[in-house]
Write a protein that binds this ligand. Structure first.
Ligand SMILES: Cc1ncc(COP(=O)(O)O)c(C=O)c1O
Length: 352
């Protein structure tokens, strides 16, 4: 029988009968976009729903063609999956089995240990240094048994980023038969541009980049992501793809969201400026806010669990990591103000 822990999502408001205390109204716990999907995406989803009696396009060819055009790559360099989580699972399933190891920095995205465990592989974790990746230690941790290195860039939950040269150096330092998975779920917020990841993949046959429509495109509930890699590596992802894994409504919404760059650009610009404002305010208040390149901010604090309770009492739900820190999603300016007002009533604790 399987002995594994299930993924625990960010907390949602408890609005059911008997909910304790004042109902929390502001959810900053799952790094979602605060704005709803664009009107174009909603229209496309509605139209697609009319033919939902039919199975979807198994390989999401229309969406892959649109992505290929946008990125200037071939359609066979792309796989579409049920969120980037689905693609990460396809990757791990393709390359990991008992006796195989996977290296990743820790703390990082909580799905990684789960996926490695489900595949029967073993995890080799590399401690963060000043909340970021220790690239030399990551390379040094690779063993003969290692098939994959998982790199959330920016890292979740700390928000730190490896710049292009650092990422290239890391990838080039790995043995040729080790695949670097660059999990770029928050790439739109980094300011690094699309070209950087396309070049990383075209120059390095051992790299798979995963991306998502869940964050900056505002389609977390639709579940669509994509992977970019060599034709050979994408072939493995097709092999481990469940039939019809991305539904037709999600495919259509994602294609429309991709075409609507103005909605994306507006959101990203606001989110980045709010991120800087929130970070600066937190520092002014005495909290240890780590510089972030994503749509959230990490506060290094040993009192994370108590802080989460206090914030929730004040109507704000964030994501605590016991004894380490809290991760706060950047919301609308009003939501961020509410968070800052709540946190300003509490006494900062630093120094984990
Ligand atoms: C680093 C990272 N990768 C991947 C994902 C998964 O996103 P999705 O499956 O919605 O594409 C998340 C979600 O929070 C994340 O933080």
């Amino acid at each position: 029988m399987l002995d594994a822990a299930a993924y625990v999502p960010g907390k949602s408001p408890d609005t059911g009968p008997g909910a304790p205390g004042p109902t929390p109204v502001i959810k900053l716990s799952s790094n979602e976009r605060n704005l709803p999907p664009s009107a174009a995406a909603l229209d496309a989803a509605t139209v697609a729903a009319e033919t939902a009696n039919r199975y979807p396009d198994n390989r999401s060819d229309r969406l892959r063609r649109a992505l290929a055009g946008e990125l200037g790559v071939g359609i066979d360099n792309l796989a579409v999956g049920c969120g980037s989580s689905g693609l990460l699972q396809q990757i791990v399933q393709a390359f990991v089995e008992p006796g195989v190891s996977v290296v990743y920095p820790w703390r990082s995205f909580e799905l990684y240990p789960i996926l490695v465990g489900l595949a029967g592989g073993s995890a080799i974790t590399v401690p963060l240094v000043e909340h970021g990746f220790d690239t030399a230690a990551i390379v040094a941790a690779v063993e003969d048994s290692t098939a994959l290195v998982l790199l959330a860039n920016p890292n979740n939950p700390t928000g730190t980023l490896l710049e292009k040269a650092e990422l290239e150096h890391l990838v080039e330092s790995l043995p040729d038969d080790v695949i670097a998975v660059v999990d770029a779920a928050y790439h739109e917020y980094t300011g690094q541009g699309e070209e950087m990841l396309v070049t990383l993949v075209s120059d390095h046959p051992n790299v798979i980049v995963t991306r998502t429509f869940s964050k900056a495109h505002g389609l977390a509930g639709m579940r669509v992501g994509w992977a970019l890699a060599s034709e050979e590596l994408i072939g493995y992802l097709h092999t481990t793809q469940l039939p019809f894994t991305v539904n037709s409504v999600a495919q259509a919404a994602a294609e429309a969201a991709l075409a609507d760059s103005s909605s994306l650009d507006r959101h990203v610009a606001e989110c980045v400026s709010e991120r800087e404002r929130v970070s600066a305010s937190l520092s002014d208040l005495g909290w240890n806010a780590v510089e972030s390149r994503a749509n959230f901010v990490w506060i290094d604090t040993p009192g994370a669990t108590d802080l989460a309770v206090e914030l929730e009492r004040r109507g704000v739900i964030i994501r605590p990591f016991a004894g380490e820190g809290i991760r706060v999603t950047i919301g609308s300016p009003e939501e961020n103000d509410a968070f800052l007002s709540a946190v300003s009533e509490l006494v900062p604790q630093t120094g984990t």
